[in-house]
Design a protein around this ligand. Structure first.
Ligand code: MN
Length: 245
């Protein structure tokens, strides 16, 4: 049986007045290509519904998207013009992640996902890299470079779980984020950095052999077509979801 992997979606109010659930297709295709069955998890469910969905899952993919509400890491909203929050998405992903962590479900956290993971475990975020972290280079290639093209290198910590998986200590990655990890959660370890020092990858400090817990700030789902390390990331995640819990 192919492992079933929850892929978190978002919701927005369209100009027509309808509220529409959406998720970027490359996440679904990357899971499928690695041998998994993607199950889209929209925000806004009642707890009982969410529990029902959760019970279907062998793994959890936290996707990219909007910003985590700053109150979740104890800060006031600094830039209402830049920080885009979807409270119902937070309200779905945080409890989902809580259960997945408790059950040691394999978790791959991408972009916003790694930010959700860090905040859930007690860390904080730069609300806007350009304003809050002088010296950070542009990390958002949207509008200038296609999403599937790398724009900056990352250095991967030798000997880390991530290095094992991708099989490299230098990667070229895409970059589509305006926020990043500020204070790292105590139970996470930084395993990849951009040249400006921004944390681009995290894993658990005490990985149990059965657990897969990895977060990356870039978008491997957009790279899998031409980037073997990105493909290995999805392959090993889906393989981890295949193991009986
Ligand atoms: Mn970046």
């Amino acid at each position: 049986m192919r492992p079933r992997i929850g892929v978190t979606a978002s919701v927005r109010l369209e100009r027509s007045g309808v509220r529409r659930v959406f998720v970027n297709e490359p996440y679904l295709r990357a899971i499928e290509a690695a041998g998994g069955v993607p199950i889209v998890i929209p925000p806004g469910h009642e707890p009982e519904t969410l529990r029902g969905l959760y019970e279907l899952l062998d793994g959890l993919l936290l996707t990219g998207g909007e910003d985590v509400a700053p109150e979740r890491y104890g800060e006031a909203l600094l830039y209402p013009d830049l920080v885009q929050v979807v409270p119902e998405r937070d309200a779905t992903e945080f409890p989902l992640l809580d259960r997945a962590l408790a059950d040691r479900l394999p978790i791959l956290a991408i972009c916003r996902g790694v930010q959700v993971l860090n905040v859930k475990l007690g860390g904080s975020l730069y609300q806007d890299l350009a304003r809050d972290r002088p010296g950070a280079f542009p990390h958002n290639q949207a509008g200038t470079t296609p999403r599937h093209e790398p724009t900056h290198p990352v250095t991967v910590l030798p000997g880390s779980f991530l290095a094992d998986i991708v099989g490299a200590e230098q990667l070229l990655v895409n970059s589509l984020h305006h926020q990043a990890i500020k204070a790292l959660a105590p139970s996470l370890f930084p395993v990849a950095y951009a040249p400006d020092g921004v944390i681009e990858g995290v894993e658990a400090t005490d990985p149990a052999p059965s657990a897969f817990l990895l977060g990356v700030q870039w978008h491997p789902e957009e790279l899998v077509g031409h980037d073997p390390p990105a493909r290995r990331l999805f392959d090993s995640f889906v393989a981890a979801c295949q193991k009986p819990r």
